[in-house]
Design a protein. Structure first.
Length: 147
């Protein structure tokens, strides 16, 4: 399985999701490819936000080696599942889909049409955002490993 996490700049939410899901998948010996990207290209090649790296480390995850990349239409071909952090980025990703098959691969990371809040402008949001992402990542592993 090839899974892509997507947010706006690929430095806060999606790197956390990538790192957590990869760690959990590896712990389950799942042969999955996990990556992340941003719909914006401002941070391409840069590491995750230092606050995302720090909160991940606090909870035992290392995302320091991940680098931001820009989402592109080829990713809709290369990945089996594309999980997007919010509705704005969901629209941006879906706008690049060329057909119904590609659109079927794309959905929000959270269930019940909920969004992962972008913590970029508020340091206090990194911990609760991390916990939301980790909780959902654990659910995802359970849901997807039986497919």
């Amino acid at each position: 399985m090839h899974i892509l996490m997507v947010c706006l700049g690929n430095i806060c939410r999606s790197p956390l999701a990538e790192g957590i899901v990869r760690h959990l998948a590896d712990a389950e010996n799942l042969d999955w490819t996990i990556a992340s990207a941003g719909t914006g290209d401002w941070h391409v090649g840069q590491p995750a936000d230092k606050r995302s790296i720090a909160i991940a480390k606090t909870y035992g995850y290392d995302i320091s080696k991940q680098r931001a990349q820009h989402f592109n239409s080829k990713m809709l071909e290369d990945f089996d599942l594309i999980l997007v952090m919010d509705k704005s980025n969901l629209r941006n990703v879906l706008n690049l889909a060329k057909d119904a098959e590609q659109r079927k691969k794309v959905r929000l990371f959270l269930t019940d049409d909920l969004e992962v809040t972008d913590p970029y402008f508020d340091d206090l949001l990194f911990d609760p955002v991390f916990k939301i992402i980790e909780n959902r990542a654990k659910q995802l592993i359970e849901e997807l490993k039986s497919e």
